[in-house]
Design a protein around this ligand. Sequence first.
Ligand SMILES: *Cc1c(COP(=O)(O)O)cnc(C)c1O
Length: 401
Amino acid sequence: MSSESSIHTRLQHLGTAPCDAQHPVAPVGLPSIRTSTVRFNTVEDLENTYKRKSRGERLVTYGRMGMETHAALEDVFCALEGGQRVFLASSGLGAISMALLSLLSAGEHMLAADCVYGPVYHLNNTVLQRMGIEATFTSARDPQALEQHLKPNTKILYVEAPGSLLMQMLDMPALAEFARRHELILVTDNTWGSGYAYQPLALGADVSIVAGTKYVAGHSDLMLGAVIANDPELIKTIDTNQYAMGFSISADDAWLAIRGVRTLPVRMEQHARNALAVCEWLAQQSVVRQIFHPAWPQDAGHALWKRDCTGSNGLMSVALTMSADQARTFVNALTLFGIGYSWGGYESLVQWVDTGALRSHAYFDAHAGDNVQVVRLHIGLESVDDVIADLQQAMQQAGVL
Ligand SMILES: *Cc1c(COP(=O)(O)O)cnc(C)c1O
């Protein structure tokens, strides 16, 4: 298998156990290699390992860096994202912290898209500010409009596309061009695309972050984050900071993620197909005011999605003309949709979004009155007919159908 092989092929062959003259009988999958420390046969072996490691080889001198199971998962992320190196963290938010704390210093400024994952605001309010790092959150839909927010100490442009909650597509190549012109590091959260539906590094981003918790793992049973980069200087900086801060994941979680990611393409395509069928049904209901899903032709970001993405997924938000009471009844009446955060597992989920929080998004219709409610739906791998029937009966119970 070469690095030119299709990602569908690579995801089935990366991270399998060696089967060769040395291992004439072997299992298919790599085992989970759990260890805290590693042992060296001789002092010379230890010295040699450090020497080779200092020249940049991925060698293990302590359990925190992980052994073959971790290395296999790193290969998977590199293949998905088109990256040279990946740094693992125990959650997606941990990966975001790792990237920002590695790349920002006291006295520096981060320009951030307002549509990023909510807890990034919390990270800013609680940690970055305390470290003397300044941040400005603003719409990134028009890259040129970002210019007015630049400061002499702006170091990072931090974005996420499509954005959390309203799935705003951003013009990644234009943002990359803007970042280059102003010598900023473009960092993007690619959890939505998870390396399969969107490859921001190929579109000019410097650092891509993926919450592997979502589609990579795919089974709602583990937490995982990854920071992926190509530039040798950036890699060196993140490497030394990751080491300093002690980010690490368990071998079992790496093993589970490898097991989950083998089916990433088939899962994502089924999620995407189901989601589009749900969009088609929703669009015919008068209670539906707007659908936020970039693969949906009426979505404001559809042209960018068509140009830049290689697939879609099961995530969408829907603005519904109903009262808060009706929304409560609707969400409670759903039987196939679990009420919960997160997404990317096999099952459908619903989250009733606080529209107050959306009003600061330039993307949301500021004139939407109190009778507009937004729900985020993750369309799972159930039969889409059953999913639609569930939405229908819940709307009937809410009295809006
Ligand atoms: C869920 C999510 C994260 C955080 O991942 P965790 O593993 O839950 O910490 C980051 N970014 C986006 C876009 C997410 O949806």
